[in-house]
Design a protein. Sequence first.
Length: 446
Amino acid sequence: MIDITSIDTPGLGDRSYLITDGQSAVVVDPQRDIDRYLALAQEKNVQIEAICETHMHNDYVSGGLPLSRVTGAALYVNEADPIAFEANKITEGDEIKVGSLTIKVIATPGHTFNHLAYAVVDNGETKAVFTGGSLLYGSTGRTDLISQETANPLAHHQYHSAHKLAELGEAVEIYPTHGFGSFCSATQTTGDASTIANEKKTNPVFLLDEDKFVSETLANLVPYPRYYAHMGYFNLNGGLPADLSAPKEVDSQELANRLKGGEWVVDVRSRVAYAKGHLAGSVGIEMGSLFVNYFGWTIPWGSRITLVGDNPEQILDAHREIVRIGLDTDAQFHGNFSEVGEISSYDVVDFEGLAKALEEGKDLAILDVRQKNEWESSHIEGSINIPIQDVQQRINEIPDKPIWVHCAGGFRASVAASFLDRKKLPVVAIDDSFDNASKTSLKLVS
């Protein structure tokens, strides 16, 4: 009997999987914090004997090589990937035997040129297929991560790969790696489980002809985090073992020196707590489901990082998140802020508060930090659109007046507000759902 357990990483919108026959196990697409897989295998009393990579990931550092070295499990990657480490090279049509499990290798280019899927066969019948960034729930993997020039041909490949997987049989369950909030999906995914039959009824890749699928896929792509540019190097070189121990604690004087030196001090407390009072010169990125993508998108790569939080546990959770994308924090602080230096704060309001301020004639600038496609769909008349990832680079475009910043729900606005506050600009954060803007006197246009 085949048992499949997903290991979720909500912050990145990804899932890894542990497949077992009750004694032997296979892990598909592990992430860098491999203790999760070791703990699950121990809990199930199984031995990890194989690790399968669907592709060289763009959104996280793989834990395949470190997990292989710890467990002795065989690591499988596409023979066409130019890796700098030892692994078992596989290609279309190969079979991997693990205990009573038979895993068939299927070439599914699209998300990348060398993408693979893995079909699990039990008693001659295909039961499940692990689709990585190929066929997702209600969508497919985006095709522009390698380059804009190859996005079109890869979209055509993606179409054919999905139809190839459909030939496995309608009852086959699909298990994608991406698509649960990941920027690796071409469009928003739906659901937490699916079969080939269900996808054939609902997924655009099966409902559109090839040319229409390609054109719609390319037209709907949105920007993706800048840190993706660094993941290829890590993964082709095998990743690095993760140090998940607590970052060293620094005292108030050391933290003050870091702030004075312009280093990145990132406060991971709630955005409301940050706004009420924080260290001047720090930035606030609230720990939660959106944390790691926007951390990697907005904090300059290679920076020396100090994490600030309410307690060591909160900081340790944040550290684990950024380790997954190849970052390691240097230190932590969770003491008395007043002992460190200047305390800064700013107001937090809702859209009704913004409407009232405009009715009172206050001279202010409205900064919308949503993505361009969101802004074009509907925005507040007179607002300025600078997507969250570009705020630091385009700060000179913002008028010299109090800046009221908003997004779709409050998180991105809070991050942008903290960057503006770091530059000592007057800012008000709007912590509200954009849906509520239409319930006020604010005029929305598109």
